[in-house]
Design a protein around this ligand. Structure first.
Ligand code: WT7
Length: 642
């Protein structure tokens, strides 16, 4: 454990911040003592409703039944756009910064309104109605936001699939939620490299008989195959589409979107978020965690394909009437100064990124940062994985010039928004600690028997109280929702993470307790990668674990048993790596493949992953209890050939 430095929040920051420590204490107490009252007040303050609620919350974790603001009516796109127009029609809503420098544009709230209405009308023309699911497979261009908000406007449920996923992954997601319309682009561009989104979509929908429309945004204008029965050129319809589209009146508990995420078993789950609670939670966390104030230029570098992109590029900031930056590119293109050049160019004041990006840039030294000014920055944030104190210090000193607090925000696709984080004006910062619960969040640590642990302790991280942004179900599989999150510790929401609480009550996330990997902040199930590997005709069996990786946080380590008679060659390793990329996407490529003539199993045939993790991490001397192994020589062979 590295040494802990307490970074008192800067005095000049505290004075100007929205929430200081006494205010945090008071609001937190209120939110825990009388949650319904607290959330009713916030719901009135943050959201415009067509009709108020009958009840604030109705939650029963024993039934996995979660409802917020039942009876209330609203429209999320109205909250993100229309209500800002009287004062902010000409304020920039979105700054778009393209992959190549020098290609940026500003979209005002009025323009956003007109574009979203046009998009919504085009979707209606293609038969999309309230409740229908629409798949969005797009690069990071403003149209991805228009598409999401257009769905919200007409009550359709979007399912954004990350543009880095393969046709196969896209297909399973389209099928699972029975999307009949797919929105895509001809190509994406990242770091100068083209991503064939339309081609991938064509491959995917070859297996999706219900898809009747592929709406294509021509972005690079390179030629693609065209099937005029299904493919529709967005820009052709754009001109004639009306810039008016009345927002559909939605129930608070009507679904807003589905977002697929990996679990420890089976296919990715369709995490379902609903309208009222989600938008309130996205808005309030965006405001307080990032200390968002009028005039701020806010930039979150995530992709719209992840929950961070949903809550903190589009929904949260736009609900607050903010200016949010949408970046198409990557941190190191055309040079390692790119992030900071964009910060300078657009005078970004709040910057939110992933630890993996910070570590990758840190490895390139201080010079690319020092070449830029960054004097517009006042707050930094991280998300997605634990940040090691060394990377934290570099971010704080070199990027922030010791002037900007860092919020290390812990949350999940399932939680809709940030649950554990410092508030920048309220808490002294400890590098590597996600710190304290947000308002209305009641984290607890449990031991293996489910008993609450008090004081300094380490255990399973659970939530004892619901918050409005919590997911409501796994799309089409409520039993899986219950089994995954509410069965292990009855009466609590189990996060899947382990955590430690220190003497000051700060929370330190120790990582996943299940077979879920976090590679560069991307969440992947070991079971998914194993399933992909065993699809290959030369593979008999595979076991996948994570191992510590300097830049990615965690790397993918695959043990592969080949079919009898198949030769163990380096070129086959290459082939298998490409095979996984094709099945899932490049983010799932194993870093290391080790041939395993046998896998360590218990006598009942269960793979002992604990041992495989130790071998992958090069910790041979400490393999733990191996007495239940069916065949100890297997382990000996694996350690020798590591
Ligand atoms: C898992 C959730 C939250 C949006 C992006 C990832 C890990 C997330 C932190 C953090 C340590 C973190 C957890 C969590 N995680 N943030 N600040 N410190 N770990 O969402 O893909 O649903 O992954 O990411 O393990 O369970 P996700």
């Amino acid at each position: 454990m590295s040494q802990v430095h307490l970074h008192p929040t800067k005095d000049n920051f505290v004075e100007k911040s929205l929430v200081d420590n006494p205010k945090y204490q008071a609001m937190y107490q209120a939110s825990i003592t009388d949650p319904d009252r607290f959330w009713a007040e916030q719901a009135e303050k943050f959201i415009s409703w067509y009709k108020p609620w009958d009840t604030v919350s109705e939650v029963d974790y024993h039934q996995a039944s979660i409802k917020w603001f039942e009876g209330a009516e609203l429209n999320v796109s109205y909250n993100c756009i229309d209500r800002h127009l009287p004062e902010k029609a000409n304020q920039t809503a979105i700054i778009f910064e393209g992959d190549e420098p020098g290609n940026s544009r500003h979209i005002t709230y009025q323009e956003l309104h007109d574009e979203v209405c046009r998009f919504a009308n085009i979707l209606k023309q293609r038969g999309v109605k309230k409740g229908d699911r629409v798949c969005i497979y797009m690069p990071m261009i403003p149209e991805v936001g228009y598409a999401m908000l257009a769905c919200a406007r007409i009550g359709a449920v979007h399912s954004v699939v990350f543009g880095g996923f393969s046709p196969e992954s896209l297909k399973t997601r389209i099928l699972d939620s029975d999307c009949k319309v797919v929105i895509t682009a001809d190509e994406g561009v990242r770091g100068g490299k083209k991503i064939p989104l339309k081609k991938n979509t064509d491959e995917a929908i070859a297996g999706c008989p219900n898809v009747h429309t592929v709406l294509v945004i021509k972005h690079t204008n390179n030629a693609t195959d065209w099937n005029s029965d299904i493919d529709v050129d967005y820009k052709q319809l754009h001109q004639s589409a009306s810039t008016e589209c009345a927002p559909e009146i939605m129930q608070a508990e009507d679904p807003l979107f589905i977002l697929y995420t990996s679990g420890s078993t089976g296919q990715p789950k369709g995490v379902l978020h609903t309208s009222g609670g989600y938008i309130l939670y996205a808005a309030i966390t965006h405001k307080y965690v990032f200390d968002y104030q009028e005039g701020d230029i806010y930039w979150c570098t995530a992709d719209a394909g992840w929950i961070t992109g949903h809550s903190y590029i589009f929904y949260g900031p736009l609900a607050n009437g903010a200016t949010t930056l949408v970046f198409e590119g990557v941190p190191n293109y055309p040079s390692a100064s790119r992030f900071w050049e964009v910060v300078d160019e657009h005078k970004v004041s709040i910057f939110y990124t992933a630890p993996t990006a910070i570590r990758a840039l840190m490895a390139l030294g201080n010079e690319p940062v020092d070449l830029t000014s960054r004097k517009s920055l006042r707050l930094l944030g991280t998300v997605g994985e634990p940040i090691n104190p060394e990377a934290w210090e570099w971010y704080y000193k070199v990027v922030g010039g010791e002037n900007c607090p860092i919020v290390d925000t812990w949350w999940q696709t399932e939680t809709g928004g940030i649950l554990i984080t410092p508030l920048p004006g309220a808490h002294a910062l400890k590098p590597g600690s996600a710190s304290k619960p947000f308002f209305g969040v009641k984290p607890m640590l449990l031991d293996n028997d489910g008993h609450p642990l008090e004081g300094e302790a380490a255990g399973s991280l659970v939530m004892a109280q619901s918050w409005p942004g919590q997911m409501r179900t796994v799309y089409g599989d409520h039993k899986r929702f219950f089994d995954t999150y509410f069965s292990q510790f009855p009466g609590y929401y189990f996060t899947g993470d382990g955590a430690r609480r220190d003497a000051d009550g700060y929370i330190w996330i120790t990582g996943r307790m299940d077979d879920v990997l976090n590679v560069s902040g991307h969440r992947l199930g070991t079971a998914e990668i194993e399933s992909a590997l065993v699809l290959h005709p030369k593979v008999a069996e595979a076991a996948v674990v994570g191992f510590p990786h300097e830049i990615k946080g965690e790397g993918i380590y695959a043990y592969v048993t080949l079919m009898i008679g198949v030769e163990q060659t380096d070129s086959l390793k290459q082939e298998l790596t490409q095979f996984v990329a094709k099945e899932i996407g490049p983010i799932a490529k194993p870093e290391v493949i080790q041939w395993a003539p046998g896998l360590p199993k218990t006598r009942s045939g269960k793979i002992m992953r604990r041992i495989l993790r130790k071998i992958a991490a090069n910790e041979f001397d400490n393999l733990g209890d191996t007495s239940t192994l069916a065949d100890p020589s297997v382990v000996e062979h694996l350690t020798k050939n590591r």
